[in-house]
Design a protein. Structure first.
Length: 287
């Protein structure tokens, strides 16, 4: 498969209702917020995880669509496997450039997330190098401040006999955002795809599908109702691009409707799109 020939930017707008879109372990797993503005935050790592999870389900068993970053085995063992299978010298100091390149190319060919997001694979004795991925995603940020709630719940299932003897129930906690509308912007570099990973048109289509459906197979009691509301794609006519990314992102504005004080649904917002694109750029609305 040939690498993509066009640069892209994209914007995803999603919302959460009565859920925790991304817990902060440094704050008792409360929803992440900017302490200065109280806007909600969802990290790029969180969103990439959802893309990885979708691809793993959607392409299960298909060659070339394995996922490297997942908690099944230590990463270094996966790099060593390539060296063993190809008869390359293990734990060699001053690893040969050709061996590292072979390992890197193998990882790009067989692992979708390496081909897409890149990876640091030089952590062990059998290095597969470092790959800078063509797809990069910013932190998502809520359009307006969010108000995390720490809800007290009653828990009936006790984990030990000692706690069971004390009472039949005990108190628990649940952290939610009543409602938040979030926006995240991202980038797809044709130059990095062509020079490094071989990220293809088929991979690109899979990325769009994963972004559209990244919450559909990620349901849980903790995350509540999460929905992708919009996916806008800016396609350039060239690999280098035809307009600055910020010019394109500014074409999309999201704001509260007049008279709305505290938003509680997507209907409380207006999403406006300036369809007058710079020369050489096409706007595609997927959702």
């Amino acid at each position: 498969m040939e690498a993509i020939n066009n640069r892209y930017e994209f914007t995803v707008i999603f919302d959460v209702e009565n859920g925790n879109p991304n817990g902060d372990p440094d704050a008792g797993n409360m929803p992440r917020v900017d302490p200065e503005t109280s806007h909600g935050i969802v990290t790029d790592v969180c969103l990439k995880r959802k893309v990885r999870n979708f691809v793993e389900i959607y392409k299960e068993g298909e060659p070339g669509y394995n996922i490297l970053i997942k908690p099944d085995r230590a990463l270094n063992t996966k790099f060593t496997e390539f060296y063993i299978e190809n008869g390359l010298e293990l734990k060699q100091k001053g690893k040969k450039e050709d061996d590292v390149k072979k390992a890197r190319d193998y990882m790009c060919k067989n692992y979708f997330d390496v081909r897409t997001f890149g990876a640091v694979m030089s952590t062990g004795d059998d290095s597969a190098g470092t790959v800078r991925g063509p797809v990069q995603i910013n932190f998502a940020k809520s359009i307006d401040p969010v108000f995390p709630l720490d809800i007290t719940i009653t828990r009936q299932a006790k984990t030990t006999e000692e706690r069971k003897e004390q009472s039949d129930t005990e108190m628990g906690r649940k952290n939610i955002v009543p409602y938040g509308l979030y926006r995240v912007d991202g980038y797809v570099s044709a130059m990095l795809a062509q020079k490094v990973t071989g990220f293809s048109e088929e991979d690109l289509e899979l990325l769009w599908t994963a972004l559209e459906n990244m919450f559909e197979h990620d349901r849980s009691a903790a995350r509540g109702r999460m929905c992708v509301r919009k996916l806008y794609i800016f396609k350039h006519d060239s690999a280098l691009g035809n307009a600055p990314a910020q010019t394109l992102f500014d074409k999309i504005t999201v704001k509260k409707k007049e008279g709305v004080q505290i938003p509680r649904s997507i209907g409380d917002y207006t999403i406006e799109v300036d369809a007058d694109m710079p020369s050489g750029v096409t706007l595609i609305e997927r959702v």
